[in-house]
Design a protein around this ligand. Sequence first.
Ligand SMILES: O=C(O)CCC(=O)C(=O)O
Ligand SMILES: [Fe+2]
Length: 334
Amino acid sequence: MLTKEQLNFFNENGYLIVKNVIDVATLNDLWTEYDERLNETAALLVEQGKLSQSYAELPFGERYCAIMAEAPEAFQHLEICYPLENHNFPADAPIHTGPAVFNLLTHPRLLDAVESIIGPEISSNPVQHARIKPPYKQVHEEVAANSYIGKTTWHQDQGALLDEANESQVLTTWVAITDAPEERGCMVVIPGSHKKNELTVHCPGKGVTSENFIPAKLLGDDQGHKEVVTMPCEAGDIVILHQFTEHAALPNKTDMIRWSFDLRWNPTGHPSGRPAFPSFVARSRQNPENELNDHKLWGDLWHTAKDQIVSGDYTGQIFNEDRWKKYVDAPVCA
Ligand SMILES: O=C(O)CCC(=O)C(=O)O
Ligand SMILES: [Fe+2]
């Protein structure tokens, strides 16, 4: 559980770094699982004629970069969330739902930290990502503005949710799988920005795949201060973020990959803000029998969700792509 000092820090600043939350065995299982998943992905892409060779002789990081340089779509095979396509959702969109990822999602020490902030009835919110970032200078231009791969522009996580979650409490935990010092693309944050307790205007992304971003002139805490704090982490550390905290991630300037997962949580019963995708009960002190404890069932939830989107049974939106459209020509976004 978090200490009183840690909770006070989080409440005051809207972020908290907690060292050494995820144990080495859990991290090693992720490396092993992703090694295999990457080999499967390479084999598939070679078979589909999208990749010249499987690069099997290379260690994981170099293999990932070599594959991504030729076939940037490879990242989606390692992702733990489907693409946010409201229209023409790709029926063949891959997702990775292996046991090592599920063990991370249900890691008791991670859930203890979450429980300290949102209480003991915890649902895993489906807004979650694996971000394996090659050295920025090598990133294929097709995906350079994609925050799963390149750098991440300033934003608040609430902006990823539909309006149904306007009253929901949604907490972000970012987990370092590799070390992430400043030069390897750690996150940066504006302390106290969560106290504005509302969405700052985000400007529509300019490129094809680029994301909505808070313009520099609008960044700041509730007093208008723009102090930027870097959040370097070592493997196994986590960063906790309030849903309104303004944050970004720096480019990876090293020659190695930078890998993190970001996972989100809400008190069970609060709308997730992403109803197209599945939530599950990760912890319940009241009804422990509701806790999901099988990664196969978790994978089934995702596959069923996709079937419902592709078949048209799900008729709502996945992502609110229109929220900031009216700002496209606004002076603040120029
Ligand atoms: O890791 C990144 O690049 C960004 C992560 C992020 O924005 C988040 O965890 O909410
Ligand atoms: Fe974020």
